[in-house]
Design a protein around this ligand. Structure first.
Ligand code: ARG
Length: 464
């Protein structure tokens, strides 16, 4: 079987040439978009008088057949099908003869492929935005259930100051809010139709790119036909938004690994979101967390891979651009999988409140005492020094700070030492966005507003 472009060639492509350049194995994923784009183009050919109404109808029916076969997995791919675009066009020609042979007027695979990919990404970004929202909601629920659950807050993975689980979970939830924004910004960037740019320079046929853009549900149409076929910024922005998201998911995953260890003992994963060991019967492994951590390597490298492909390409279409699809698909699949599993893990995890509270060691209240001295007029640096001495002396004597004789540590008095109680320490930090109960309430209110806006966007109305 000869390729669709065989006219000027005396030979068919060698097996080695085909093995390198055929993209069908992965771009068949675009078949739904390809069918939609063919329909919109055929309708435009009819509108402009280049296709009889009966021809458009025949094409539409043949596309229905192709879609049904592709859906069932019975569609026959010929050895000459380089990609999904050639496969569908060949099907139309084989099914309809001359009428099918009219479809490719005024279009090129260069504008087809990028139109399909943008349509595919519009769906994928909506789905991922939904996944981000769902995980955020799971974290929000934990925060609501644990508004006042004490736990140590960490810097350098050393106990720093006591905090509450709601504050910690909302920290991730607000971060996911920014991920949501980035993902829908990528959606908007994808929402521009390149169809009608043809090979790169447009067409002499009386086709209206604005009509096909709106028929396909695009919000905008391209400005410049060369840019339309060469541009892959939208794919980069998708890969960048998801790379940043995946880095956050890896951090959440890392905390799951730490917190479910015997050493921390803060939480236990539900059996449905943990795995066992084939040799050590007692083990319950936090694979969800580990894989969330590792998958971010895939997702971030997909961004770097496409940046590498695009760097230095001359305008306009170059076959290099074919390398855009696998990274986009792989990232979307990976992020979908991680979001789904993390959401499930977070919806079912249980926290060990007593262990978390007990881990709020007394010395984590030291910074609070230093601030209490500042309130009494001591310069902060001196207060820090004095409390540091008190902590060190307690350590040397092997006793708790609260058991220390304070006579040599004026102006520290017994009242200040109340701040060593983690509950009092958490409540004392009442600055904007901090851990006191009032400030936590405000954060809930802001998070709820944010999530309402996100929900409105996901439901298809309301500008975000
Ligand atoms: N399979 C190609 C891609 O994915 C389609 C465009 C090919 N265009 C061409 N003129 N060879 O980019």
């Amino acid at each position: 079987m000869t390729p669709l472009w065989s006219g000027r060639f005396a030979k068919t492509p060698s097996d080695a040439q085909s093995a390198l350049s055929v993209s069908l194995s992965y771009d068949q994923r675009l078949w739904r978009e390809e069918i939609d784009v063919c329909r919109a183009h055929a309708a435009e050919l009819e509108r402009s008088g280049l296709l009889e109404p009966s021809g458009n109808l025949a094409i539409s029916e043949a596309l229905d057949q192709a879609a049904a076969q592709l859906e069932e997995g019975t569609f026959f791919f010929a050895a000459s099908d380089e990609d999904i675009h050639s496969a569908v066009e060949r099907f139309l020609i084989e099914t309809l003869g001359d009428v099918g042979a009219r479809i490719h007027a005024g279009r090129s695979r260069n504008d087809l492929v990028v139109t399909d990919l943008r349509l595919w990404l519009k769906q994928a970004t909506r789905r991922i935005a939904r996944g981000v929202y769902d995980l955020q909601e799971a974290l929000y629920r934990i925060a609501r259930d644990h508004e006042a659950t004490l736990m140590p807050g960490y810097t350098h993975l050393q106990r720093a100051q006591p905090t509450v689980l709601s504050h910690h979970m909302m920290a991730h939830a607000f971060g996911l809010g920014r991920d949501f924004e980035r993902v829908i910004a990528a959606y908007r960037r994808c929402d521009v139709s390149p169809l009608g740019a043809a090979a790169f320079g447009g067409t002499s046929l009386p086709l209206d790119a604005r009509a096909t853009a709106s028929a396909l549900g695009f919000g905008k149409v391209f400005d410049n036909s060369a840019d339309a076929v060469a541009d892959r910024d939208f794919a980069l922005e998708f890969l960048a938004a998801t790379a940043i998201l995946s880095v956050r998911l890896s951090s959440i995953g890392e905390e799951l690994v730490l917190w479910t260890s015997k050493e921390f003992g803060f939480a236990t994963l539900d059996d449905a979101f943990a795995t066992g060991s084939s040799i050590m019967p007692q083990k319950k492994n936090p694979d969800v967390g580990e894989l969330s951590r590792a998958k971010s390597a895939r997702v971030t490298s997909n961004l770097v891979r496409l940046l590498g492909v695009l760097k230095g390409l001359p305008l306009t279409y170059n076959r290099d651009l074919q390398e855009d699809k696998e990274v986009v698909f792989d990232t979307a699949d990976t992020v979908d999988a991680v979001l789904g599993a993390l959401k499930g893990a977070m919806q079912t995890i249980s926290f060990h409140i007593d262990v978390m509270q007990a881990a709020c060691s007394e010395d984590a209240g030291a910074a609070g005492i230093a601030e209490a001295l500042v309130l009494k007029g001591t310069p902060f640096r001196q207060a820090h020094e004095l409390v540091g001495k008190l902590v060190a002396a307690a350590e040397v004597q092997g006793i708790k700070i609260s058991q220390m004789d304070l006579s040599e540590y004026a102006p520290i008095d017994a009242g200040d030492l109340r701040l060593l109680d983690p509950r009092i320490g958490v409540e004392a930090r009442s600055s904007h966005g901090a851990t006191s109960a009032d400030r936590i309430k405000e954060q809930f209110a802001r998070l709820e507003t944010l999530m309402d806006d996100e929900e409105r966007w996901l439901a298809g109305f309301g500008a975000y």
